[in-house]
Design a protein around this ligand. Structure first.
Ligand code: FSX
Length: 354
């Protein structure tokens, strides 16, 4: 499809029915928590729009983000690629390699200068003049700087791109930094998570492709529609936390009864992400539902903060520098509520016995 063809024209050529397209718009609008009626607006906008060019760069990372992205269910990556965007460069999926691939990136940048969406996963190493990560003889930092100049907006996918992630963890031998430490003059949206929830990645891309703008962001540059609540706020085990019922080991009676994993190190109270609502594997489950506490992978410096199996209140997470006052207060209030609840229950049991 040429860039001049509208998305509607392209859909009709591909034989995609109006019904299937409306279903896709409804699912995407619901994922983005848009008001009723917006699915129709989205469909009308997309029908007339041209597919924008998307350039996707990968640097210091494990490709977990790409693995996650390709498993997106609604909207699927295929839906986005075939219906809404022209993915002009992405090492993981492209057929071209070597000189041809780099030439395709440069052509796409030149033809769409000022208009393309730049997606980046992985951290950027600045040590020894960027020599720790080079592609076709150019450093990651140089390619990113050049590509960002012509981009309309930048999406940092994964905690490595958003906050430096594991490459940035102590002792950070390569001098790895977040995308926002290199790109200073363009809007950057951070889709954190190691890896991020697949539908959160495609949802943010769909929002930009539909409205031509980035969604509302929190103080760490993350879309509030997906990162507005803590894991703890939406956790189905939350009632046990409020009742003061905690698993103490991974195979005790509390664990078997599905009690709260707070004392086993769950970082849900200080971690903002959509895992409990959107979930993973087509809405099947998420770590806490599988019996393991949250590691806090969508927060800055989660690896250095560590203490994955120690209760929050005993280690650096609760007083860490990246925690907002509200999050820290939330933990304190939650712990206080659990203690009060435990006292009340003890009091009730005492009253029953007397
Ligand atoms: Fe990082 Fe992503 Fe973790 Fe891996 O691209 S956020 S190490 S899942 O792959 O960057």
């Amino acid at each position: 499809m040429s860039h001049d063809e509208s998305i509607g024209e392209s859909l009709r050529k591909q034989g995609i029915s109006r019904r299937a397209f409306m279903k896709f718009c409804a699912a995407t609008a619901s994922l983005l928590a848009l008001p009723p009626g917006m699915a129709k607006v989205m469909a009308e906008t997309l029908e007339r729009a041209r597919r924008p060019s998307v350039i996707y760069l990968s640097y210091q990372e494990c490709t977990g983000c790409g693995e996650s992205l390709t498993r997106s269910f609604s909207p699927t990556l295929e839906n986005l690629i075939f219906n809404m965007m022209s993915l002009d460069y992405y090492e993981t999926l492209q057929a071209a390699a070597g000189t041809a691939a780099e030439a395709a990136r440069k052509t796409a940048m030149k033809e769409n200068w000022g208009k393309y969406l730049l997606v980046v996963d992985g951290a950027i190493p600045l040590g020894i003049d960027g020599a720790y990560c080079t592609i076709a003889g150019e450093s990651a930092a140089d390619i990113l700087t050049e590509a960002a100049k012509g981009a309309a907006a930048v999406v940092s996918v994964g905690t490595c791109a958003a906050f430096g992630g594991i490459p940035h963890a102590n002792p950070n031998p390569t001098g790895a930094v977040a995308v926002s430490a290199v790109v200073k003059d363009k809007p950057v949206v951070n889709v954190s998570g190691c890896p991020p929830v697949p539908e959160v990645i495609t949802g943010v891309l769909a929002h930009y492709l539909t409205f031509g703008s980035l969604p509302e962001l929190d103080h760490l540059g993350r879309p509030t529609v997906f990162f507005g609540n803590t894991i703890h706020d939406r956790c189905y085990r939350r009632p046990y936390y409020d009742e003061g019922k905690f698993a103490k080991t991974f195979d005790d009676e509390g664990a078997r009864n599905g009690w709260c994993l707070y004392e086993l190190g769950c970082k849900g109270p200080v971690t903002y992400n959509a895992c409990p609502t959107v979930k993973w594997n087509q809405g099947t489950s998420y770590p806490i539902e599988s019996g393991h506490g949250c590691l806090g992978c969508s927060e800055p410096d989660f690896w250095d903060k560590g203490s994955f199996y120690s209760a929050l209140s005993t280690r650096n997470w609760s007083g860490g520098t990246v925690l907002g006052a509200a999050a820290a207060a939330g933990v304190a209030i939650g712990v206080g509520a659990a203690v009060v609840s435990r006292r009340r229950r003890a009091q009730r049991e005492k009253e029953k016995q007397s």
